[in-house]
Design a protein around this ligand. Sequence first.
Ligand code: SF4
Ligand code: SF4
Ligand code: FES
Length: 528
Amino acid sequence: MRDSSKCILCGDCVRMCEEVQGIGVLGFAHRGNRLAVMPAFEKKLSEVACVNCGQCASVCPTGALTVKSDVERVWKALADPDKKVVVQVAPAVRVAFGEAFGLPAGSIGTGEMVAALRRLGFHRVYDTSFTADLTVHEEFNEFLKRLEEGKKLPLFTSCCPAWIKFAEQYYPQYLKNISTCRSPQAMFGAIAKTFLSEELDVKRENLYVVSIMPCTAKKFEASRRELSYQGILDVDAVLTTQELIRMVREANLDFSKLPAEAFDLPMGMSSGAGVIFGNTGGVSEAVLRMAASKLEAKSQRFEFKDVRGFEGCKEAVITIGDQEIRVGIVHGLANAHKLLKTIENGQRKYHMVEVMACQGGCVGGGGQPLPNDSGRREARAKGLYQIDIQREIRCSNDNPFVERLYSQHLGYPGSPKAEELLHTHYTPRRRVDGEEVALVHAKEAKTKIRVCVGTSCFLKGSYDVLKALQDAIADKNLSDQIDLGATFCLEKCDNGPSIQVNDKSFSKMTPDKARELVASLEHSIKNK
Ligand code: SF4
Ligand code: SF4
Ligand code: FES
């Protein structure tokens, strides 16, 4: 949400969106005392290519950009006697939650966090790391099949909903390569609504599933129609770590007096692999652990340190059994752009690529407590590796409750039931929603020019191109012959400003090129 009255025009959000995330949907508009930060044409962020990563809000020093809160909805559900409200907590929350109550970043606050959630009224408190373990089973199965068939490689990870929206908008050609596994949050929602409602003896529509996430994009993910059953969403509400802290304060809970409590079973049990999902490189490492446990006799290989660390683009070649696995890892979507270009032009070849939108992975998510700087992200990442080392079970393959879920309900990884509940699909999407705007309306004209005024082209000067076209058409008395309009994203942002003349596209337009174009159109119109 934007509150322009608080904006001091520092431009931090604009730089974050453009330089770190490679999206560029925020920019400065107007001049003088009307200068403001906004998406082009004052569209809402939901109507442009925003991937909901929340990083702009994370760096805003005045609170002019904030994340839409779901706290009131959750309080209401907790007070509803007909509802049973259960909650899942993502790995990265436990190493950041305590920061608001005076603990250093990276301190492990799992027990106090679980105790706080029970006192807030949640009926059961579960761990998203459980479904991270489930994700590893499904994703490894999918990966192995693709390796054997040599198809749809590299396999891209699918846990990060900001990356998924980014790929749907910018790289539709790679959607078939993205793992069809739902994210751990979404898997939890489907499993809870399908099986937990039976176990807790509550109707599906009365089981209310809340997620506590470090992530703002998970709010968007939870609203995707494909993650619902008969019109009921699998996850009802998503709160960020910051919103959980707000609830704890509103309930006047004294953090220092909270005991350490354990998650509820069965979905509170997880391996160390499920916990490190919160770090960049964590999903890859979890899958590699599974690969080692399946492909090597009596493997005790748990740590794959080559995939760890905060470098923006990493790569590692790991040999497991007689299989060499080349892994690429990126965090920050501008880095994803870079890596995808190298894959596209054949410079790099991988078997698997992990993409996380936020710097450091989910430990640096847009819903984490502020400041969300690199020091804190690294401390939180260390906290997750610490939990991993302390776990008796470190490989997802050894989680007995995941095994039980398969034997009681799902069958085996990739089974029809698992496909139905744990997998999904992706759809290419336009970067900007919007109607065309007619500027020189010539109903009978055979020549139709559309100028892209989407954010990227607008920032590169498409307004000047539009103006030059408008003037040239008027100068040459072609207003009855050329129909001129503005449109939103023509999906050629890299080479903007872009325009379309009937079915033909023109890139890198300038006002001079626009005038030349009208001159050549005049020539062909008059010679017809
Ligand atoms: S949420 Fe992310 S993509 Fe959207 S405007 Fe902010 S930084 Fe850009
Ligand atoms: S990296 Fe994690 S916190 Fe950030 S958008 Fe992706 S899933 Fe959310
Ligand atoms: S903004 Fe995408 S082509 Fe113009």
